[in-house]
Design a binder for this molecule. Structure first.
Ligand code: SF4
Length: 429
């Protein structure tokens, strides 16, 4: 039980779900028109790396992020010119027909937070460890409350308040980070401000995760997940997946950013991959393939890569549709499919290719002897060998095709499944 008597976070639920298993244990916060917490789908965030003062370049990058599937974008606001540029960025996005909430990232100067709110920021990310005294926090909270703008309390291991760190041997331990986050949430609440998202970040994935395990049962604030300064390349992806994935599986986390040293669009793809890996990306098309062994006599790596590449745009279409319906359900918008996180949605999503929110699993296996059996859970698949491929659907062999036809045949089957999704969705099937 939480300190305020609410039920503690739930464990992982079975089935594909877009929202955190904590569900109603977290308060719903609106960032623009994107809901965070309260069982809403876990939203994907990224951050621009253009100069925010260059409104055209920043808007172009935001548009690209939105097209890649980013739900919320954050921009650094290091000075007054950057805060003022938010107006131009918003105008350019509107001209491009792009709607996406913008979060202003503020350090050191509380006046920049106020300026960002006045220039249309949908959310403010503050680091309480470096923003100054209570009077400055109060000034931001009052302006944010008047404008209906939420605040993210972003506690960082590198800028932990000295008094908190001092109580933990001068170290940014998991307990110290959680304590700082709770202290700052309580401070905002005591000022009458409750529109709060919280993050606790460290470049140490274990510290980060442990801090949120301590913090999560003690607050109803939606949680922003991420491993800060994760680095570049495969190591950074693995570190982020380890720091974020288990928490999602435990039911902790309402929005996330994968921090990578690269084009921020890669952060969006990585976030989707992490969500898909824990069964929280509604509409995903999961291409699985065997690792091959001595029984394999085809170039399965090439075939699997070709299938994965060909499936990618279809998955993007299916995921966008499924997540859009879930977000709409949260806000009662068009396409609302019922209460998000309701057991009915979870059950429907779990079954094979059953409705747009379900995961469609496509198997690419390296031999006809064991392949179909090993991938019996897949919705469809091929078991390759000797220039041919055995086609199987839901564990049953349904034909033999030429190896060269693997990609077009699987694509046709996937399109058929998506067409069936649509019929299920509109009640004609
Ligand atoms: S499916 Fe066949 S080739 Fe692939 S790992 Fe299994 S036995 Fe080996």
């Amino acid at each position: 039980m939480s300190r305020d008597g609410k039920a503690a976070r739930g464990g992982a639920q079975s089935g594909v779900r877009g929202g955190s298993a904590r569900g109603s244990a977290t308060k719903r916060v609106m960032c623009g028109d994107v809901p965070i917490g309260g069982g809403a789908p876990v939203s994907i965030q990224s951050m621009t790396n253009t100069d925010t003062r260059d409104a055209l370049a920043t808007a172009a990058q935001i548009a690209a992020l939105a097209a890649a599937g980013c739900d919320i974008v954050r921009c650094a606001v290091p000075d007054a010119a950057a805060a003022a540029a938010l107006t131009g960025i918003r105008a350019e996005l509107a001209a491009r027909g792009v709607r996406i909430p913008i979060v202003a990232d503020i350090h050191f100067d509380y006046r920049l937070a106020i300026a960002a709110i006045e220039n249309g920021a949908d959310k403010i990310r503050l680091n309480p460890g470096n923003i100054g005294g209570a009077d400055k926090v109060r000034a931001v909270a009052e302006r944010a409350r008047d404008a209906g703008v939420p605040l993210r309390v972003g506690v960082n291991g590198g800028s932990l308040e000295g008094a908190v760190a001092g109580g933990h041997g001068g170290e940014a331990t998991a307990e110290a980070l959680a304590k700082s986050a709770l202290m700052n949430i309580d401070r905002l609440k005591s000022m009458g401000f409750d529109d709060i998202v919280v993050s606790v970040k460290s470049s140490d994935a274990r510290v980060c995760a442990d801090a949120l395990r301590v913090l999560s049962p003690l607050t109803d604030a939606p949680v922003h997940l991420g491993v800060t300064e994760a680095g570049a390349g495969d190591r950074a992806l693995v570190k982020s997946a380890i720091g974020i994935g288990p928490l999602l599986a435990e039911g902790i986390g309402d929005t996330m950013r994968v921090s990578l040293t690269c084009d921020p669009i890669r952060e969006v793809y990585a976030a989707r991959d992490i969500l898909a890996s824990v069964g929280m990306l509604p509409g995903a098309i999961d291409v699985i393939s065997c690792p091959t062994c001595g029984r394999c006599n085809v170039n399965l790596t090439r075939i699997a890569d070709e299938v994965r590449e060909a499936v990618s745009p279809l998955e993007a279409e299916r995921v966008t549709s499924a997540r859009g319906a879930l977000f709409a359900a949260c806000t009662g918008g068009a396409g609302a499919a019922g209460p998000v996180g309701a057991p009915g949605i979870a059950r429907r999503a779990r079954s094979r290719a059953s409705g747009a929110g379900g995961v469609l699993t496509v198997a690419v296996m390296g031999c006809a002897v064991n392949g179909p059996g090993e991938a019996a859970h897949a919705d469809m698949g091929v078991a390759c060998g000797n220039g041919n491929a055995v086609l199987f659907e839901r564990g049953v062999k349904t034909g033999t095709i030429a190896e060269a036809d693997v990609v077009p045949v699987l694509l046709a089957k996937i399109r058929q499944a998506m067409s069936n999704d649509a019929k299920v969705g509109d009640g004609t099937h």
